[in-house]
Design a protein around this ligand. Structure first.
Ligand code: ADP
Length: 441
C-alpha cells in the first residue's frame, strides 16, 4: 500500500527530528561525561510526550468531540490530521442523512393519504402520519402500540385481511372506526421484512357515487321489467299464423323483447353481485351441477354439438350454488352459441397442483384473437357485436362470471387461439375445495 504524501512527509520529519533530538542529547551527555544518562533521560521524555499525545487523541475519540487543533508536525500530528479529516467527513454525512430523514418524514407526514406502519408479526401500530390521525381516528402517542385489528374492531375482516398479508392487496371499503359514515380503503404495501405500510384513503365520495350508479342501474332495470313483461305477454297473445302479413314483424318483436328481458335480468344479477361482499358458504356438489349444465348445453345445442362432461376432480366446492351455477352456465351457453354445428363442447373438472380445483369449459369454436382477451370480461365488450346479437348474447355474461368468481376468491383464465377454439377455466383456491358431498338432490 502506498503511503500518502502526508504520511511520507510526517515520517521524514519525525526521522529528522528524532535524529537531531538524540544527537543533541548525546552531545550534552558527552559534554557532561554521562552519555548513557543523557540518552536515558531523552528516551523517557520522548515516551512521556508520546503518552501525552496518545491520551489526547483517545480523550477526543472517547468524548466523540471534534478534534479542533492539530499540534506541531510529525507522526502524531499526522494521526490527528487523519482523525480530524474522518470526523469532519462523518459529521457532514450524518448531517446530510438527518436532513434526508427529516425531509422523508415531513413528506410522509404531509401526505394527504393516511400512512400507518404496522409490525408484520404483532400487527401493532409503529408509526402513523397526520392524515391517518384524522382518517382512522388515532391519537398520538396513545395509539402507538395498539393492534390495527383492534382499531378496526367493528370490521373483523380487516384482521383477516392483514393476517393474509398479500402485498398490494386493497381492502376496498371499510367504515372509519370513529365515524361509520366515512368509508376508507386500505392498501397493504410490502415496505420492510418486518413491517407493513398501510395506506389509508378516504373513498366516501367514490363509494357514494358507485352506490348511486349501482342503484340507478338496478332501479332502471327493475322499472323496465314490468313494462317488458306486459309487452311480452301481449306479443304472445298474437298468433302469427292468424295474421300471416304480420308474422315476420311479430316474431322479430318477440325475439327483441326476449333479448331485452334477458338484458334486464343480467343487469339485475350484476347489481346484486356488486352489492354483495360476502357469500353463503354452502357445499356445492359438482356432479348434479355438471348434469344440469349438460342438460342446458343440450337444450341450447339441439343436437348440433357433441357435449362431453369429464368430472375428474373428485371433490366439490364451497360457495353459493346459485351464483356458481349462473357463472358456469354462462360459460357453457357461450361455448354452445359461438361454436359452429359439428363442434365439441367439453366441461371438465380437475384438481390444481396447489390443492385447488379448476372447472374448465372448452370448445372447438372460432376462438378469440389475443388482443381481445384482456377486455373480454368488461360489460358489453364483444369481439363481434353482430355475432353476439345474432346468438342472443347480452354482452354481460363474462362480467357476471368474473364477479361470481371474484366473490369466491377464484380467477378466470381464458386461453384461446383464433380458429382453434377457446378454453375458459375457473380456478378455485384450496380453501374453496371440500371432499365429495353426499348429494341427495
Ligand atoms: P355475449 O353475451 O356477447 O356472449 P359475454 O360477456 O358472454 O357476452 O362474452 C363477451 C364476448 O366474448 C362475446 O361477445 C364473444 O365475442 C366472446 N366470447 C365469449 N365466449 C366465447 C367463446 N366460447 N368463443 C368465442 N368467443 C367468445
Amino acid at each position: 500500500m502506498r503511503l500518502s504524501l502526508l504520511l511520507q512527509l510526517a515520517w521524514r520529519q519525525s526521522a529528522i527530528r528524532l535524529t537531531v533530538y538524540f544527537a543533541a542529547a548525546l552531545a550534552v551527555g558527552l559534554a557532561l561525561g554521562k552519555p548513557w544518562w543523557a540518552l536515558g533521560i531523552a528516551v523517557a521524555v520522548l515516551a512521556a510526550r508520546g503518552y501525552w499525545r496518545l491520551y489526547r487523541v483517545l480523550r477526543f475519540l472517547d468524548w466523540r468531540r471534534q478534534l479542533r487543533t492539530v499540534d506541531g508536525q510529525g507522526l502524531w500530528a499526522a494521526l490527528e490530521t487523519l482523525i480530524h479529516r474522518r470526523q469532519t467527513e462523518n459529521r457532514q454525512r450524518s448531517r446530510r442523512l438527518v436532513g434526508l430523514l427529516r425531509a422523508y418524514r415531513q413528506a410522509a407526514t404531509a401526505m394527504p393519504d393516511g400512512a400507518l406502519v404496522v409490525g408484520r408479526r404483532s400487527g401493532d401500530l409503529v408509526w402513523f402520519n397526520k392524515a391517518a390521525r384524522g382518517l382512522v381516528g388515532l391519537r398520538y402517542p396513545q395509539s402507538l402500540g395498539k393492534r390495527l385489528a383492534d382499531v378496526f374492531a367493528d370490521s373483523p375482516r380487516v384482521a383477516t385481511w392483514l393476517a393474509a398479508g398479500r402485498p398490494d392487496d386493497v381492502f376496498a371499503d371499510v367504515p372509519a372506526p370513529d365515524d361509520p359514515g366515512r368509508r376508507l380503503s386500505l392498501r397493504l404495501i410490502d415496505y420492510s421484512p418486518t413491517q407493513w405500510l398501510v395506506v389509508v384513503r378516504d373513498v366516501t365520495r367514490l363509494t357514494r357515487l358507485e352506490q348511486v350508479r349501482r342503484d340507478f342501474v338496478a332501479n332502471v332495470s327493475h322499472e323496465l321489467r314490468t313494462p317488458l313483461t306486459v309487452v311480452h305477454g301481449y306479443l304472445d297473445l298474437i298468433e302469427p299464423e292468424a295474421h300471416p302479413e304480420l308474422a315476420p314483424m311479430v316474431l322479430e318483436m318477440r325475439r327483441q323483447s326476449e333479448r331485452m328481458a334477458r338484458l334486464v335480468e343480467d343487469l339485475l344479477t350484476l347489481s346484486r353481485l356488486e352489492a354483495q361482499d360476502e357469500l353463503p358458504e354452502e357445499p356445492v356438489p359438482l356432479a348434479p351441477l355438471l348434469d344440469s349444465l349438460r342438460g342446458e348445453a343440450e337444450a341450447l345445442s339441439r343436437g348440433r354439438h357433441t357435449i362431453v362432461i369429464d368430472d375428474g376432480a373428485g371433490a366439490d366446492l364451497l360457495g353459493s350454488a346459485k351464483d356458481l351455477h349462473s357463472a358456469f352456465s354462462n360459460l357453457v351457453a357461450n361455448a354452445v352459441r359461438y361454436t359452429p354445428t359439428g363442434g365439441t363442447v367439453t366441461i371438465h373438472t380437475t384438481r390444481d397442483d396447489d390443492g385447488g380445483l379448476q372447472l374448465a369449459v372448452a370448445d372447438t369454436g372460432p376462438g378469440i384473437p389475443a388482443e381481445h382477451l384482456p377486455r373480454l370480461t368488461e360489460r358489453f365488450y364483444r369481439v363481434s357485436t353482430s355475432r353476439s346479437r345474432e346468438s342472443g348474447g347480452t354482452g354481460l355474461g363474462l362480467a357476471i362470471v368474473k364477479h361470481v368468481l371474484g366473490l369466491h376468491g377464484a380467477r378466470l383464465e381464458i386461453a384461446s387461439e383464433a380458429g382453434r377454439g377457446s378454453v375458459f377455466s375457473c380456478h378455485f383456491g384450496r380453501g374453496r375445495v371440500v371432499g365429495r358431498v353426499a348429494s341427495g338432490e
